[in-house]
Ligand binder design. Structure first.
Ligand SMILES: [Zn+2]
Length: 461
């Protein structure tokens, strides 16, 4: 017991007053090098996709850092590839810890950017480039962390397996392939999820740990009609039928729902929200069907998704000539489904809400699958809290459910509890993931490595 306390006190001393000191100088330099080299690979879906080359580069670095080449597997899939890198543990009976990230990035048009998106640029304390945030930054700090652990001679009890997908931003076929092969893990750390927010003065506001995500689904509604001349309107009209259907969907409210993750989020949120919102959160915690609480929470775009399934019209198309009765009217309804409800059940609900036998409804292929919320494991919560609080002692750690879709859903669907735990803190004004001139402050490298080291050791010692 004393030894544990002494160790904790020493660790605390090591952290105090050294926020800007280098903790792992070799790993920090290597992470920056990995990131710069990584950004130069154009890992975009389609012709010329360099994801397989990026995977080969990462493998080369891991092998140079002490990984057995036989423990690193790269498989090509279409124009991309996935990689699994195993850091061998001492107890082969213990379930592995998985780490999930992705190597691909969203397309970036150089002519729209101030700086070339595939040339890493370091400027004013930031690194710019497509993938600088999403997510070559975390992938680079993680690879550097794993190599640092090798450098220190660390022997985990469990295997640590880095699972890098190659099409997270598009079809997620590599993620599905990885989850098919790697689904007996103790848990999965998704380093592309979670993360902290800084206010515009750089003060930490909140750290979100992603423990659940909603299912993404699109439904196409269609009404057809024989049509005819617009000078002789009949009783039925495809556009009117669609309009009535959409009005009913607009008016329909899915029931309030809660799970362990969103419950913890609302408990935490009620501590800092303004009086009216805090009261609504507490009322919702007590009764998820409280109409007043639901109305208040659902008036907030940032909260509505946390209270249940949402569906909204996103596209519509109808008619074929200005002087003809419409033969066809279609609309797309985009839904974000609360974990625990199936895509088919929501289709049935929409059909019932519309209540028109003329409606044809079809679920579109989206590449998303339903996944359960992951349990809030006290061991993981403590390690993440300790790691984040070592840097920002007072920041609230809030479990969160994201709107989908991340690599985690594939693993959750296979029964692996998955958590978004990226330690990067950023200001809202610095967040350009998927956008122009994507950038991340270099200040996040050192704390990320310290945090990942502690987290991995905590889970595998
Ligand atoms: Zn991402």
């Amino acid at each position: 017991m004393k030894r544990v306390l002494a160790g904790a006190a020493l660790a605390a001393m090591a952290f105090t007053g050294s926020a800007h000191a280098q903790q792992n100088p070799q790993a920090e330099a290597q992470a920056l090098e990995l990131l710069k080299r990584g950004l130069a690979f154009r890992t975009v879906a389609g012709p010329g996709n360099q994801t397989p080359d990026y995977a080969a580069y990462l493998k080369e670095q891991l092998v140079a850092g002490g990984f057995d080449p036989a423990d690193i597997r790269i498989e090509k899939l279409g124009d991309t590839a996935w990689m699994a890198a195993r850091y061998r543990g001492t107890d082969q009976a213990a379930k592995p810890v998985y780490i999930s990230g992705h190597m691909d990035v969203v397309e970036a048009k150089p002519e729209d950017w101030t700086r070339d998106p595939f040339t890493p640029v370091v400027e004013n304390g930031y690194i710019f480039g497509r993938g600088a945030t999403d997510m070559k930054y975390d992938l680079s700090t993680m690879v550097a962390t794993l190599i640092q652990l090798k450098r220190e001679g660390y022997k985990p009890k469990r295997d640590i397996i880095l699972l890098a997908s190659g099409d997270e931003e598009t079809s997620m076929k590599t993620t599905a392939a990885l989850a098919e092969l790697y689904h007996d893990g103790e848990l999965l750390l998704n380093i592309d999820g979670g993360g902290g927010a800084l206010d515009e003065n750089g003060k930490p506001e909140i750290f979100g740990l992603q423990g659940a995500e909603k299912t993404y689904a699109d439904y196409e509604l269609t009404f057809t009609n024989p049509g005819g001349h617009s000078s002789a309107p009949g009783k039925s009209n495809a556009i009117y039928s669609l309009a009535h259907a959409l009005a009913k969907i607009e008016a329909y409210q899915f029931p309030g729902e809660i799970n362990e993750i969103t419950r913890a989020g609302f408990v935490e949120g009620a501590k800092t929200a303004d009086a009216e919102m805090a009261a609504a959160m507490r009322a919702f915690l007590a009764n998820q069907q409280d109409p007043k609480a639901l109305a208040t929470l659902r008036s907030e775009p940032g909260l509505i998704g946390q209270t249940g399934t949402t569906c909204v019209a996103t596209m519509a198309n109808a008619g074929h000539a200005t002087n003809a009765l419409p033969q066809r009217a279609t609309a797309n309804i985009n839904c974000r489904i609360f974990p625990g409800t199936s895509v088919a059940a929501v289709e049935a609900t929409l059909t019932k809400v519309v209540g028109d036998p003329e409606l044809k409804i079809r679920t579109l292929e989206s590449g998303s699958i339903a996944s359960p919320a992951s349990p809030l494991r006290p061991d993981l919560m403590k390690l993440v809290s300790d790691g984040i609080h070592a840097r920002f002692p007072a920041v609230p750690i809030v479990p969160a459910m994201s709107a989908g879709a991340s690599d985690s859903m594939w693993f959750r669907a296979k029964g692996v509890p998955s958590y978004g735990v990226s330690p990067i803190f950023m200001k809202g004004s610095d967040s350009f993931a998927h956008g122009l001139n994507e950038r991340t402050p270099l200040s996040e490298i050192a704390p990320s490595i310290t945090y990942y080291k502690a987290l991995l050791k905590g889970l595998t010692k």
